[in-house]
Design a protein around this ligand. Structure first.
Ligand code: ATP
Ligand code: MN
Length: 151
């Protein structure tokens, strides 16, 4: 039985496709969707003592944006009759996705094959590759519409 479906999103087209599939499955199985975004740990890069970046503020800004986007997607799903819980986490996306999949005992993970990264010649993006390797449950990977077509 599929009761809980975890859909991790980075707000890319591919993740959007994953969410659409998940919502079809959720309606079919009367399952609940756990919609997750992971805010990646900020790498300090060129910030230095000379140019101190207020990291807590930057994190708040990014989290606020993510919360708004998650709420929009969740509202859309609820309108179509699907039960949704939003989750915001911080850390390495693949590790957080696996952690929450275990913690929340989800029955299925639906992800995009790729995300916002540029390396789309690889079979999967690095987050999805790690999730497929380590997931405690089946993983459904979805390609964005435009990458479909001839083999
Ligand atoms: P890479 O990150 O290796 O450059 P990419 O961005 O193209 O490649 P992934 O990061 O693997 O590909 O993204 C694939 C899918 O993983 C996305 O469609 C989304 O479902 C999920 N995902 C990626 N990043 C996050 C995140 N920060 N939070 C939640 N889900 C994510
Ligand atoms: Mn990515």
């Amino acid at each position: 039985v599929i009761r809980r479906i975890l859909v991790p999103t980075d707000f890319s087209d591919s993740a959007r496709q994953a969410l659409d599939w998940a919502s079809t499955l959720a309606r079919e199985f009367k399952a609940e969707i756990l919609l997750l975004h992971v805010v990646e740990n900020l790498t300090v890069g060129y910030a230095s003592d000379l140019f101190p970046v207020p990291m807590a503020e930057v994190y708040e800004e990014i989290s606020g944006y993510a919360r708004t986007e998650l709420a929009k997607l969740a509202e859309e799903l609820r309108t179509s009759g699907v039960a949704v819980t939003e989750r915001l986490a911080q850390g390495t996306p693949s590790a957080e996705i696996i952690r929450i999949a275990k913690e929340e005992t989800v029955d299925l993970i639906v992800v995009g094959s790729h995300g916002k990264g540029l390396l789309d010649h690889a079979l999967f993006g690095s987050t999805t590759e790690r999730v497929v390797r380590k997931a405690p449950c089946p993983v459904l990977t979805c390609r964005p519409p435009k990458s479909g077509g001839k083999a």
